[in-house]
Design a protein around this ligand. Structure first.
Ligand code: EPU
Length: 420
C-alpha cells in the first residue's frame, strides 16, 4: 500500500490547474448507458474511482476509447450485461448510479447493494423507492438489487418525494426518468452543482429536464437519447481542499480551470478565517493571513457548507487562533480524521455530531492513517503544516478523488513524496 511522506512547514505558493469533478464525472459516465450513440466527454479526471467505473461499464458491454486521457469516448450500443458485481460496488459505492440508466434503457439490472461505509451506513432505499414509484419491480436478494421494468409500459413517470436530500438518489432517478413514459417530478431534489452538470449533459443528449439546481426537477420522458459532447465541470471540492492547504500553511496560490461560483459557503468561511480571495471567471487566488482565525461550520446540503469540506476545515481550525465548533449533519460517522489529527497534536473534543476544535501553536509530524477520501485530505493539510515529517498510510483513499496530488502539491512547493 502506498504511503505519502510530507515534510511540513512550507507555505504553499504558485499555480495549479484544477481537474474535472469526480462526483460529476461518475454519474455522467453512467449516463452513457442511456443511449446507443457515442458520448464524448472532456475534462475527465484521472482517478481510481473513474477507472473503477470504466471497468464496470466495460464489463457491461460499453466500449471505452482513450482511457487515461482527459477526453473519453463511450459507446454503449453493445450493452448486454446489466450487472454491477459486489467486488466493484464494494470499492466504489457510486456504482449504484448504473441502476437508473440500466432500468431505463435495458429494462433490467442486477446491482450489488453497497454495504456500509467508513463515514456512515449510507443506505440506498430512496433510490429503490423512487424507481418502484416509476413502476420498476425490485427485490433485494443475496445482497443484490434485482430490478425489472419490462413489458410494454417500461418505466412510467411519477411524482417522487425523497425523505431526505440525496445527491446520487436524485441523479439515479433523473437518469431513469429521461426515458420513462410521461412526466416525472422529483421533489426535495438535491441542488448540488454536480446534479446540474449531469442534467446539462442529459439535455445535450436530447433529454427534457427543467428545474435542475432547484429542489423540484421536472423530467418529460423521451423515446430515445442521442450522442453528445460534454465537458465535466471543475471539481469544487478539490478546489476547496487546495484553498484550505494554502490557508493553513500561510501561503498564496492561484487555482485555474475552476471557479468560485459553486463555492460560496466555503469562500465565505475562508474569508471569515482571515484569508483574502481574488476571483476571476475561471481562476481563484488565495492569500493567507499571518494566523488564521477559528471558524465554526455546520454541514448541510448545497448551497450550504458541504460535508465533503468538513474534514479540511477541521484541519485548518487545528492551527487557527481560538476555538470553533464543527457540526456534521449529513453523515453519522464522519469524524474519523479527528483521532488522527489528535496524534499530530491537535486539540479536538468530539461530542456526537459536534467537534470542538481549539487551535494550537503548532502540530508535530507523526504517522497517521487515512480512513476515507476527505479524511485523507485533512491529514495532508495537517501534515503540510506540522513540524517535521508526517507519514500518511492507506492513501489509496486519496487516489480515489485527488488527481496526481503529490505532483500538484509539489508544483506549489510542498515537500511531498509517495512511497510505494
Ligand atoms: N441517505 C439515506 N437513504 C438513501 C440515500 C441517502 O438514508 O437512499 C442518507 C445518507 O446515508 C446520508 C444522506 O442521506 O446520510 C445524504 O446522502 P447522499 O445520498 O446525498 O450521498 P451520496 O449521494 O451517497 C454524494 C457524494 C458524496 C457526498 C454526498 C453528500 C457522489 C458520488 N458522492 O454521496 O461524496 O459526501 O453526496 O454531499 O456524488 C466524496 O466525494 O468524498 C463523497 C463522499
Amino acid at each position: 500500500m502506498d504511503k505519502l511522506l510530507i515534510q511540513g512547514g512550507v507555505p504553499l505558493s504558485g499555480e495549479i490547474v484544477i481537474s474535472g469533478a469526480k462526483n460529476a464525472a461518475l454519474p455522467i459516465l453512467c449516463a452513457s448507458l442511456l443511449s446507443s450513440e457515442p458520448l464524448e466527454l472532456h475534462n475527465v479526471p484521472q482517478l481510481k474511482d473513474i477507472s473503477t467505473m470504466l471497468r464496470l461499464l466495460r464489463q457491461m458491454g460499453v466500449e471505452v476509447s482513450d482511457e487515461g486521457s482527459e477526453q473519453l469516448l463511450l459507446n454503449s450500443r453493445g450493452l448486454d450485461n446489466p450487472l454491477a458485481p459486489y467486488d466493484m460496488v464494494k470499492t466504489m459505492r457510486a456504482a449504484i448510479l448504473v441502476l437508473g440508466p440500466l432500468l431505463a434503457r435495458h429494462g433490467e439490472a442486477r446491482v450489488s447493494l453497497p454495504g456500509g461505509c467508513a463515514i456512515g451506513a449510507r443506505p440506498v432505499e430512496q433510490h429503490i423507492k423512487g424507481l418502484q414509484a416509476m413502476g420498476a419491480e425490485i427485490h433485494v436478494e443475496h445482497g443484490y438489487v434485482h430490478a425489472r421494468a419490462k413489458g410494454k409500459r417500461g418505466l412510467v413517470g411519477a411524482r417522487i418525494i425523497t425523505d431526505m436530500v440525496t445527491v446520487t438518489g436524485t441523479e439515479n432517478l433523473m437518469m431513469a426518468a429521461v426515458l420513462a413514459q410521461g412526466e416525472t417530478v422529483i421533489e426535495n431534489a438535491a441542488r448540488e452543482p454536480e446534479v446540474v452538470d449531469l442534467a446539462n449533459c442529459l439535455v445535450s443528449m436530447g433529454a427534457q429536464i427543467a428545474g435542475a439546481g432547484t429542489d423540484r426537477i421536472r423530467i418529460q420522458g423521451v423515446e430515445r437519447l442521442h450522442g453528445a459532447t460534454h465537458a465535466i465541470m471543475a471539481d469544487r471540492i478539490e478546489t476547496g481542499t487546495y484553498l484550505c492547504a494554502a490557508a493553513a500553511t500561510g501561503g498564496r496560490i492561484r487555482l485555474t480551470n475552476t471557479s468560485a461560483a459553486y463555492l460560496d459557503a466555503v469562500v465565505d468561511k475562508l474569508f471569515d478565517a482571515g484569508c483574502e480571495l481574488f476571483t476571476e471567471r475561471s481562476a481563484i487566488t488565495l492569500q493567507a493571513p499571518q494566523r488564521l482565525k477559528a471558524v465554526s461550520i455546520r454541514t448541510s446540503p448545497y448551497p450550504a457548507f458541504p460535508t465533503d469540506m468538513q474534514a479540511q476545515f477541521m484541519a485548518i481550525n487545528c492551527v487557527a487562533e481560538g476555538s470553533a465548533v464543527i457540526r456534521e449533519t449529513i453523515f453519522e460517522n464522519r469524524f474519523m480524521h479527528a483521532v488522527e489529527l489528535i496524534r499530530l497534536g491537535a486539540d479536538i473534543k468530539i461530542d456526537a455530531s459536534n467537534a470542538m476544535v481549539t487551535g494550537v501553536d503548532h502540530l508535530d509530524g507523526a504517522t497517521v492513517m487515512a480512513t476515507d477520501l476527505r479524511a485523507s485530505a485533512s491529514l495532508v493539510i495537517a501534515g503540510l503544516v506540522a513540524q517535521g515529517e508526517t507519514t500518511i498510510d492507506r492513501i489509496y483513499h486519496l487516489d480515489r478523488g485527488y488527481e496526481r496530488i503529490e505532483e500538484k502539491l509539489g508544483q506549489l512547493g510542498a515537500r511531498v513524496r509517495r512511497i510505494r
